[in-house]
Design a protein around this ligand. Structure first.
Ligand SMILES: Nc1ncnc2c1ncn2[C@@H]1O[C@H](COP(=O)(O)OP(=O)(O)OP(=O)(O)O)[C@@H](O)[C@H]1O
Length: 529
């Protein structure tokens, strides 16, 4: 048990086995909220952790539907007040000890309120006050603290404050926090703290990301945090998934897209049975059709009963949570701020461009009047990315393009040139809309209207990262109008002004918006110049 909770409950001699169920119930929030606004900062956390032993974990997995089982989300159905548990379970505790417990709970609650942390689940450890607590509470090795300081990270971000203690206490976890709020470190840090480097025991941790670019970025971040320790951190390349001899190759952490990892599991007999830690980054994307079978294969391959599974994203729809909760055990849910909302650091604008031609004129005019690079421009398909690239390259702007038709090397070069400032404007499909951390993007332009509110949140989240301000401009045409309301709701929820007529538009049934659009070209429709 971690030091803090050990300290909290030293002297409270409760027969935990006997009262496990009561303890768990006691730690519930008052009710299961229907929406994000309803999520209260659950008070009774930081209570004695009911450490599920292997047997108990297995039992819980079998017993999923039992309504009073202490697991996942069914636990939220019951409610009990702090005072009643103190009455029932702390019979042996002295009043001074009870006061200490209450004080710690109140402290955690205040911290959560301060940082907009909302939690559900029982026995949730208190948030970190500082990175220094990693060593005082969790015996974190000095190399991690030194790396954090070298990276310039002075204070944990809200998601890091809560997710790190949760994962260190070996709990499965759903985490939803705004784009650019440091989710990567929130799962990498506890992962490196929990596994031991070395040739023994095979692969110990797996991180899945929806794109190769994001997997490569995460592998780089992981190596930076692991600097000074001999961890074998591998990015699953095409080559590795086809020819890697994983039995001979030292590997502590593997970071991959689902397709490549699944391929290696099936064809290369990759053994993940000793994996202790499985992360699904951009989890809602990973649970979309097309990925589900591969995810299923990876989840099954990580067969250790005590594996910690965790899901991170800036958007986590209920459908995904429901699906994921079938494989999670006794999970904690962490939401920072409002669920499924855009970062408040981004100034968002909608621009009516009339038609496809209007969009081309608008972007040209905006670049000629004021170009403040780096700028990321999103379009809806690789064909349109190529078309827009041709148009803007013709104007002599330092522009590049990235889409799925390019070779791996070309994609890497496009990302590197944009990162280093050689390219001012990067035209992209949604291949870089999630997770990519291009530092200091001044503006995101949605040249083509995003297909959904989630896509909008991730796209614009490429700017306004790590506490810096950003800007997003979204063009819309007549045919996008029926879909405006979804985006306008996101804008309004993050404090941006939205014309009232848009908010009054009729509600649309959730449907992806991927219209056939006229091609991007200055050549008039009749071909006459
Ligand atoms: N504690 C910290 N202090 C300062 N900067 C931080 C801290 N943690 C992470 N960062 C920086 O914040 C930026 C965004 O982090 P990260 O890429 O993890 O965001 P994210 O929440 O995963 O975003 P997305 O939802 O877009 O994937 C990165 O440049 C990272 O280096």
């Amino acid at each position: 048990m971690e030091k803090a909770s050990a300290l909290l409950f030293s002297g409270v001699r409760v027969d935990r086995k006997r009262f496990a169920r009561e303890i768990a119930r006691f730690q519930q929030p008052k009710k299961e909220p229907d929406d994000l606004e309803g999520i209260a900062d659950a008070a009774p956390e930081a209570l004695p952790e009911v450490k599920a032993n292997k047997k108990e974990k297995k039992r819980k997995r079998k017993d999923k539907d039992s309504s009073d089982a202490v697991e996942g989300f069914s636990v939220f159905k019951t409610s009990e007040s702090l005072s009643s548990i103190l009455e029932r379970n702390a019979l042996e505790a002295t009043s001074a000890e009870k006061k200490d417990v209450e004080k710690e709970i109140e402290k955690a609650s205040i911290l959560r309120k301060k940082y907009g942390i909302h939690i559900s689940g029982h026995g949730v450890p208190p948030p970190l006050e500082s990175f220094a607590e990693l060593s005082s509470r969790y015996n974190c090795k000095p190399y991690i603290l030194s790396n954090l300081s070298q990276l310039g990270f002075r204070e944990p971000t809200p998601i890091q404050r809560q997710a790190i203690p949760v994962l260190l206490s070996k709990r499965d976890c759903f985490a939803c926090a705004p784009t650019g709020s440091g989710k990567t470190l929130a799962f990498l840090c506890p992962m490196l703290m929990k596994i031991k480097p070395g040739l023994k025991n095979g692969i110990k941790a797996v991180v899945l990301c929806p794109t190769r670019e994001l997997a490569a970025q995460t592998a780089r971040e992981c190596k930076k945090l692991a600097k000074g320790r001999k961890f074998y951190i591998k990015l699953m390349t095409k080559e590795l998934s086809r020819c890697g001899d994983f039995e001979k190759m030292p590997c502590d952490v593997i970071i991959s897209t689902p397709l490549r990892l699944d391929f290696a599991i099936c064809k290369r007999k990759l053994d993940l049975s000793r994996v202790k830690y499985l992360v699904l980054d951009e989890a809602d994307k990973l649970f979309e059709l097309g990925f589900v079978e591969q995810i299923d294969s990876v989840v099954k391959a990580c067969s250790k009963t005590t594996v910690v599974r965790t899901l991170f994203s800036a958007t986590l729809p209920e459908t995904v949570e429901k699906l994921a909760s079938t494989v999670m055990v006794d999970a904690v849910r962490i939401i920072i701020g409002r669920k499924n909302s855009a970062s408040e650091m981004i100034k968002q604008n909608l621009v009516f461009a009339g038609s496809e031609k209007g969009k081309l004129l608008a972007i040209r005019q905006s670049f000629s009047e004021c170009l403040n690079p780096p700028v990321l421009v999103f379009v809806q398909s690789k064909e349109r990315a190529k078309e827009l690239y041709k148009e803007l390259a013709f104007d002599g702007i330092k522009v590049d393009v990235i889409h799925a038709d390019l070779s791996q090397q070309q994609r890497e070069d496009a990302v590197d040139n944009f990162r280093s400032g050689k390219t001012w404007i990067l035209i992209a499909t949604d291949v870089v809309s999630r997770g990519m951390d291009f530092k200091g993007i001044n503006c995101v332009i949605n040249y083509d209207f995003p297909e959904s509110a989630a896509a909008y949140i991730h796209r614009i989240g490429r700017s306004g990262r790590a506490g810096r301000p950003g800007e997003a401009v979204t063009f819309f045409t007549e045919e996008d109008k029926p879909f405006l309301r979804n985006i306008a709701n996101v804008m309004a929820a993050s404090g941006c002004e939205v014309p009232s007529w848009i908010l009054a538009l009729p509600k649309l049934r959730k449907r992806k918006h991927h219209p056939q659009r006229d091609s991007i070209s200055t050549i008039p429709d009749d071909g006459a110049w």
